[in-house]
Design a protein around this ligand. Structure first.
Ligand code: PEP
Ligand code: MN
Length: 327
């Protein structure tokens, strides 16, 4: 059991007393919260007032008992409870023309975010690894020209400055969900982080990974269910929509769904996207390409622009039904 207490309404005197007793506590100070082990609860008797959150889960700061809503500020607009974010774009940045066509589409659909990887975590070292910095620069030009926001993956701590400079949301891919030193560094900035669930990560492990970022001070975390490994071989991964429904009960963090990397097949992406909205997700990350048959990677799971348009019509209807606002 973990006990936490708020100090934002408490007196300076209280805080001074607390500092005096610092040596007796092994605590984590997080903004207005102190996290201490329940075995040390007796020490609280020394203090006049405190509020205790009795959190029984291994993850703490992502627990819904601590906070019930999310709020992410993107300067010109915010993302909060009831909003449904849609991030669309190719698996990887290939050239300016494809990025222009995709950005125009995103803008025409009145969406804000476009995805595209410059550094790709490929299974094989012999396949296309992404355009790297050249790719990010193409993406930034397109983003400025069309007024769309950038979501791109940070693969390696050595390119963190680039990711901070160019992206509006930094994506941490499934393979890096367990990269704790990287997560800690992302906790020290305030840029929103899109944290994808590891291929074999449990719900607790996902939320603990989020806590690695939150506990360093960055509250802007968006979770992403992208399918997990199971015995089934007919699709890439099993989209765990049960986890999405459960996560909505367990955490205040927004949870979006990537149906593309789960399905591995564009034919079933729209169905999974609609099911995600219906199950309570707070958004979608979808692969889309102006010419999927020519895509360097993941073309088979990328929607064509007209397919995406048809999906948008259905998603807008469903969003009205479920009282969600598409952003
Ligand atoms: C991606 O979204 O580009 C990606 C590589 O996904 P994941 O990390 O979920 O495999
Ligand atoms: Mn991909």
């Amino acid at each position: 059991m973990i006990v936490m207490f708020e100090h934002n309404h408490l007196s300076e005197l209280f805080l001074q007393k607390l500092e005096l007793h610092q040596k007796e506590f092994t605590f984590i100070k997080h903004k207005n919260l102190f996290i201490i082990d329940s075995k040390q609860q007796y020490l609280l008797e020394k203090f006049d007032s405190y509020k205790v959150f009795d959190v029984k889960t291994p993850y703490i700061l992502s627990n819904k008992e601590i906070k019930s809503d999310f709020f992410i500020d993107f300067n010109d607009f915010s993302y909060s409870n009831g909003d449904f974010i849609i991030i669309a774009g190719p698996c990887t940045i290939e050239n300016r023309e494809y990025m222009n066509r995709t950005a125009q589409f995103v803008k025409d659909e009145q969406l804000h975010f476009m995805r595209g990887g410059a550094y790709k975590p490929r299974k094989s070292p012999y396949t296309f690894q992404g355009l790297g910095k050249d790719g990010i620069e193409i993406f930034k030009e397109v983003s400025d020209d069309f007024g769309v926001k950038i979501v791109t993956e940070l693969l390696d701590i050595r390119t963190i400055d680039e990711a901070i400079k160019y992206s509006d949301i930094i994506q941490i891919g499934a393979r890096n969900m367990h990269n704790y030193p990287l997560l800690k560094e992302l906790g020290k900035i305030d840029k929103p982080i899109l944290l994808k669930r590891g291929l074999s990560a449990s719900i607790d492990e996902l939320l603990l990974a989020a806590d690695y970022i939150l506990s360093e001070g960055n509250d802007n975390v968006i979770l992403c269910e992208r399918g997990i490994k199971t015995f089934e071989t007919q699709y890439k991964s099993t989209l765990d929509l049960t986890a999405v429904a459960l996560l909505k009960e367990k955490t205040h963090l927004p949870i979006i769904v990537d149906p593309s990397h789960a399905a591995g097949n564009s034919k079933i992406v729209p169905q999974l996207a609609m099911a995600s909205l219906a199950v309570g997700a707070d958004g979608l990350l979808i692969e889309m390409h102006p010419e999927p048959s020519c895509a360097v990677c993941d073309g088979e799971q990328s929607l064509q622009l007209d397919q995406f348009s048809s999906l948008m019509v259905k998603l807008r209807e469903l969003a009205t039904f479920f009282n969600k606002k598409i952003v």
